[in-house]
Every structure is written in structure tokens, then in C-alpha cells.
Design a protein around this ligand. Structure first.
Ligand code: ADP
Ligand code: MG
Length: 687
């Protein structure tokens, strides 16, 4: 039953309310201080915390606990242990110790480690992350206590997505504090905030089960474009169909119980495409919550006879799915990326804004790297938003302000004198709720930056870890410069920002990111355009990039090497799987149908000739010509794909695309009833 009273909001989370209820007072206070302020945890409280957590979990019907972590597969992992402890013959009780809570040793030898761990010493270790609250996952017959953890090797090397994220959060917070000190602020609470919008497709499960490509790869490797898809823009923000609304409300109910602040829901651009956006939160929690959002969407779809497709491009020819990551910094509760209404706040805003611009310009390659995957290659650099070139959109008002600072002159008609940092207030900059430029991969949207390149299936920890690190570096560079300067602070800052803008303005772009001209112009500006995953992961070989991650303690050299290896291997594996699936479908599902139809035609033609019939022969002849040619074509292209699969991913992709053109043509020739795969016009419209 769906609860709309909010009484169940967060009921499955061991949050402050539960902590106060189940833990002794001083223990509760210590744990809450760690959760709120990231203060390092007093290990002596572990047993008491574990006891209280267990009591709470048992009251919720849990029998097991798990260290819940995010290995480099992109998903989440869990291995359940029961609380059971035998106390004698045929006697047992439930137990859970501080040791069980704090750390775990998982024989997790099969997770990708990129050589960081050899299988003979396969142990991986999980370590409790007290800043993200434990929660309960329910199932039909009970529940499991899930403890968010980091996952690392015996040596301490990170084997997961969370560890480097946590390190990067520390790095950027340190830098933010350093810069805020220059503005006379000290020691306030810093929050790096993330709101990750999640796009997804839903299709009827019956169709899904008949598509081996969807089952095995998450995307359709074949499928002719339907006459109508998204041309009429009639799905976007359209009224939500009852079956989908039922699904959405059930998913939200499950998320609200988990304390995930699911906030908006709507139909997206492509048919059968939807979006869920939560309220933004502390970045570490928001990342965990996004992982839960993806899981809840999948499970709720299943319970509704639907399938949730999180792949970046399940269907060719219509929009793919992204995960827009909205990012900002709050200092003492004030959003530093919110334009101020007094000179000092303005100066702070413009300085942080410039720091981000500098970071994105200098490290566009790393941002691009952070979103590289076989699935996302179908969006970035392919035929849709955003392009693989990383640029920043600021909007007209802010662009004008930046121009004023850069040139020291005001635009003609404003009637103002040029912005003086620390003296003037900013002209009002409208916070717009709409995407004014949907083609920009990195857009300033009034009080936050929206990174639109991350793919719908990706763990946002990867891109956010990079963003935090490069911004930390950029803020530090600004602080270093300010340290070295004497003179009036505001004047020096003005000159510094002027230099920064001059140097990094090439990354600012307000035009159409889809346009062919932009590719040319971006090349002239010297902006990287890394078109596919193999190109996009190369920046990890760059010594300067390695030094950057090492300097900020986010990833050391070995961790980077391992991540590069995992990315390359994962990519090659995925393409190989797609190639094999395409080959199997083409040979064992499509070819028999085409051959059968061809032979029936041949028989009919022979019979008609024998009987001396004239009418119909031309039609039959033409069709059999087309089918025959298609059949030959199919044969040749299958052979080619088979060879390509054993060579390189690039050749496999080209051969797959080539085969697809043939199969998609045949789809429109063969008897509709016999076509072995559900079609786009069915999957995208019947639900
Ligand atoms: P839009 O849908 O036009 O992009 P929204 O205001 O709905 O704009 O924002 C989208 C996402 O951005 C939501 O998840 C929202 O919570 C998040 N967001 C808003 N403010 C911030 C912020 N200061 N830091 C991080 N994310 C934010
Ligand atoms: Mg948005």
C-alpha cells in the first residue's frame, strides 16, 4: 500500500531519529557529529552503534546484514550475512558486533581490480562509511540491513567508486575553506551538493523477453525506425499514462521510505522515456541515493510487468538517456554559486565561478574521460546532446558580466560602468527553470552547474570525483595567486579574474552544440573532442593528469592505471558481447525467416509460371529479387561481423552498424507476422 501521509518517509533509514531512539545519548551524539560534520569516528562507540542498529533492523524484520558497496562494475554489490549466532545445540541468537559493522573481508576476487589485486590474495575489504546512513532493503520474506561501505584492497588501494569520491570531497572542501578565508569567513560547514536527474525508458516486459539484444546488452542492436517516433514532440511533458503513473508512484513510495527525496517526474522527449529527479543533497549521499533510485526503478518496473531500461541508448533514432548532475557548493548554508546581492557575496560568486571555468577549460579531457563508456558513446559525439566537446554555457546576463570584467568596459546599452569586484553588485541574473541551451554539456543554471554528459546507467561518483578534484586544483591555484599579491584585495582580485577569463574564455560557448560549425570552431579554439571511449580514456596516461589526482590524494598512480585498464577492458567486452548478440540474432532469428519467405516466393513464382499465370508475377519477382539480395547481403555482413569480433572494437562496431542497415531493411520487407523481434512501433508505444 502506498502511504501518502509522509509517516513512512525515511522509515527504512537509520537516521538521526532512529539513532537517538536506539543508541545511548553520548554515543548518539558522537555518531551524529560524524554524520553531519564528517568528524572522524570514535572507534570505541562501534559496539554500541552496532547493537542499536541491529535492534532497529530486527524490529524491521531483518535477519541479515550486508556491507553495501559500489565496485567498478558501475553497479552496487552486497553479500549477506545473517545475524545468526549458534549458542548451543539447536540454539541460536541474533548478534552483531562493532567489528561486523566497521569492516568486512569479502572474498570478492571476481570484481574488476585492473591488476590492483591478484586472485591469490583476493581479499577485498569493506569499510563502513558513517556519513551515509544504513538502511533496510525489504523483500517478500524479510529484510536486509544495508551498511554503505567503501571497498578497497589489502594495501588500501581503492577498488570502488566511493573511496575516490570521498577523497575528492575532502580535497575540494579544503580548497573552499582556504578561499573563503581570503574573504574573511572561517570554519563554516561546507556542503558539496548534487542533484542527479535520472532518465530512463520503460517497455512492456513481454516485448523485452523476446529481444535477446535488450536482455543481453540493454540496447536494441536492430530495429527499423517507426514512421512516427519523437518528431511531433508529443511525448515530452505529456500527460502520464495510468500504468506509468502507477509505476511512478510505487517507485516514489519505495524511495521515500528509503529517505530518497524523489521530487519530480515527467515524460521525456523520446516515446516511452521518462525522468525522475530528487531534491539535491550532500554529494556522497546523493550518489548512494542515485544507485538506490536505479535499483528501485528496475524492481518496481518488474513488479508492474514493465522493464526499466537504464542504457544510454536503448533505441536508435530517438533520444538517449542521460543523468544530468547538478553540482554546487554551500558554505554555512549559502550557495556559493548563487549570485549575491551585495558586493562581497558577488565577489565570492564570481571567484568560484571563475574557478570552475578555469577547471573545466584545463581539464575538459578528464571530465570527458569520467563519462566514457560504450553506452554513452551513442550519445556523446554521436548524433545527439550533448556533444563530446566539453564547453560551458553561462547564459546572456552572466556572459555580459564576464565580458565586462574581461574588457573593463560595459556593454553599450546598459548605462552602467563596468563591474568592479567587491564594489558593485551584480545586475540581476535571472535564475531560469528551463534549459535555455540543451545542447551544452556543462551549463550554468542560475545557482549551480549542470553537467549533462553523464550517462543514465553510470555511477555519478566517477564524474563528480573528477569535478571535485579539478575544482579543488583551480581554487588552490587562485589562492596561490592571491597569496603572492600585495595591494588592495578587491583590485587584485579584479585583475586576477580578468586574466583568468582572458585565458579560459575559449571554453565558454553559447551557440548550438549540435552544429557542425561548432566542431570546427572548437578545434580552432583548441578544445578537445574525444569521440569515443578509447580516445576518452587516454587522458589517464597523461603524467600531468596523474600528478593532479595524486596531489589531491584522490587516486594514486596505480589506482589510475587500474581504472584505465578496467575501462578499456569493460569497453572491449561490451562491444564483443553486442557483436555476438547481433550475430546470433541475424543468423538464427532473422535469416531463417527471410530464407523461408524467399523460398515460399520462389515456389509461388514457379507454380504461377507452370500454371501460365501472368498477373502477380512482376510483384512476386520484384519482391523475391529484393529478398534474395537481402539474404545475400545478410550472409556477407554476418561473415564480416564474425571476423570483426575477433579483431578490434572499432571494426566490430562498424560491422555491426553495417549489418544493422541490412536487417532493418529486411524488417520492412518481411511479413509482419513472421518478423521474429518486437518492433520499435510496438515497444515504444504499447504500454
Ligand atoms: P531543471 O529541471 O530545470 O534542470 P531543477 O531546479 O529542477 O532545474 O533542478 C534540477 C536538479 O538540480 C534537482 O535535482 C535539484 O534538486 C538540483 N539542484 C537545485 N539546486 C541545486 C544546488 N544548489 N546544488 C545541487 N543541485 C541542485
Ligand atoms: Mg535539468
Amino acid at each position: 500500500m502506498i502511504d501518502t501521509s509522509l509517516k513512512t518517509y525515511g522509515e527504512d533509514v537509520f537516521s538521526e531519529r532512529e539513532i537517538r531512539q536506539y543508541l545511548p545519548k553520548t554515543t548518539a551524539a558522537k555518531l551524529i557529529a560524524t554524520m553531519r560534520d564528517g568528524k572522524s569516528m570514535d572507534p570505541s562507540i562501534a559496539d554500541a552503534v552496532a547493537h542499536g542498529m541491529k535492534e532497529w533492523a530486527l524490529a524491521k524484520g531483518a535477519t541479515h546484514f550486508t556491507h553495501w558497496f559500489q565496485p567498478m562494475t558501475g553497479g552496487t554489490a552486497e553479500k549477506h550475512d545473517s545475524f545468526l549466532e549458534p549458542t548451543g545445540l539447536a540454539q541460536a541468537m541474533y548478534k552483531f558486533s562493532g567489528k561486523n559493522l566497521i569492516g568486512g573481508e569479502a572474498d570478492a576476487s571476481s570484481f574488476p581490480s585492473g591488476g590492483l589485486r591478484s586472485t591469490f590474495e583476493a581479499r577485498g575489504y569493506t569499510a563502513w562509511d558513517p556519513t551515509s546512513p544504513a538502511f533496510i532493503k525489504r523483500h517478500e520474506n524479510g529484510a536486509t540491513l544495508c551498511i554503505p561501505t567503501a571497498f578497497c584492497a589489502y594495501t588500501g588501494a581503492a577498488l570502488d567508486m566511493k573511496t575516490p569520491l570521498l577523497r575528492s570531497i575532502q580535497a575540494v572542501k579544503r580548497a573552499v575553506e582556504r578561499l573563503m578565508n581570503k574573504f574573511g569567513s572561517h570554519g563554516k560547514h561546507i556542503d558539496i551538493t548534487l542533484g542527479a536527474e535520472q532518465e530512463y525508458f520503460l517497455i512492456d516486459r513481454a516485448f523485452y523477453l523476446k529481444r535477446p539484444d535488450l536482455l543481453q546488452t540493454g540496447r536494441t542492436v536492430f530495429g527499423a525506425a517507426p514512421a512516427k517516433h519523437q518528431q511531433l514532440d508529443d511525448h515530452y511533458y505529456g500527460s502520464i499514462r495510468p500504468r506509468i503513473l502507477k509505476f511512478m508512484s510505487e517507485a516514489e513510495d519505495a524511495l521515500w521510505r528509503l529517505g530518497v527525496p524523489a521530487k519530480t517526474r515527467h515524460n521525456e522527449v523520446a516515446p516511452a522515456q521518462f525522468e525522475l529527479a530528487p531534491m539535491f543533497e550532500d554529494i556522497n549521499l546523493a550518489v548512494d541515493h542515485n544507485m538506490l533510485i536505479m535499483e528501485v526503478l528496475r524492481l518496481t518496473a518488474e513488479a508492474n510487468g514493465l522493464v526499466c531500461l537504464l542504457h544510454e541508448k536503448p533505441f536508435e533514432g530517438v533520444n538517449g538517456s542521460g543523468k544530468h548532475c547538478n553540482w554546487s557548493i554551500a558554505y554555512g548554508g549559502r550557495n556559493l554559486l548563487s549570485p549575491g546581492d551585495n558586493p562581497r557575496d558577488n565577489a565570492i560568486f564570481l571567484t568560484f565561478l571563475s574557478a570552475v571555468i578555469r577547471a573545466v577549460d584545463l581539464h575538459a579531457d578528464l571530465l570527458r574521460m569520467s563519462v566514457a563508456s560504450a553506452g554513452n558513446d551513442h550519445r556523446l559525439g554521436a548524433h545527439e546532446a550533448p556533444p563530446a566537446i566539453i564547453s560551458i554555457f553561462l547564459g546572456d546576463e552572466l556572459s555580459a558580466v564576464m565580458k565586462e570584467i574581461e574588457t573593463g568596459k560595459t556593454a553599450k546599452k546598459t548605462g552602467r560602468t563596468a563591474m568592479k569586484i567587491g564594489v558593485d553588485t551584480l545586475p540581476p541574473i535571472p535564475r531560469d527553470a528551463t534549459d535555455r541551451n540543451r545542447t551544452s554539456p556543462f551549463a550554468f543554471t542560475g545557482n549551480k552547474f549542470e553537467f549533462r554528459a553523464p550517462g543514465s546507467s553510470q555511477n555519478c561518483a566517477a564524474s563528480q570525483m573528477v569535478l571535485n578534484t579539478i575544482v579543488a586544483e583551480s581554487i588552490d591555484a587562485i589562492c596561490d595567486k592571491l597569496d603572492a599579491l600585495g595591494g588592495d584585495f578587491n583590485e587584485e582580485l579584479q585583475k586576477l579574474l580578468q586574466r583568468l577569463i582572458r585565458k579560459h574564455k575559449r571554453v565558454l560557448f553559447s551557440g548550438d552544440g549540435y552544429a557542425a560549425d561548432w566542431q570546427k570552431e572548437a578545434a580552432e579554439r583548441g578544445l578537445p573532442n574525444l569521440k569515443d571511449t578509447p580516445a576518452a580514456i587516454e587522458p589517464l596516461d597523461n603524467p600531468a593528469n596523474r600528478a593532479l589526482f595524486a596531489k589531491y590524494g584522490v587516486l594514486d598512480e596505480n589506482e589510475i592505471i587500474s581504472r584505465r585498464e578496467i575501462a578499456a577492458e569493460g569497453y572491449a567486452n561490451r562491444i564483443r558481447i553486442e557483436g555476438r548478440v547481433a550475430l546470433e540474432i541475424a543468423r538464427s532469428m532473422v535469416r531463417p525467416v527471410v530464407a523461408d519467405e524467399f523460398s515460399r516466393l520462389a515456389t509461388a513464382i514457379g507454380q504461377a509460371r507452370k500454371d501460365g499465370l501472368k498477373a502477380g508475377l512482376r510483384g512476386l519477382g520484384a519482391l523475391s529479387q529484393k529478398l534474395g539480395a537481402g539474404l545475400d547481403d545478410l550472409h556477407v555482413k554476418c561473415e564480416r561481423l564474425e571476423k570483426a569480433i575477433d579483431s578490434t572494437p572499432g571494426k566490430t562496431i562498424a560491422a555491426m552498424e553495417d549489418l544493422r542497415r541490412t536487417v532493418d531493411r529486411l524488417e520492412l520487407l518481411v511479413d509482419d507476422h513472421r518478423w521474429p523481434l518486437p518492433k520499435y512501433r510496438q515497444m515504444l508505444f504499447i504500454y
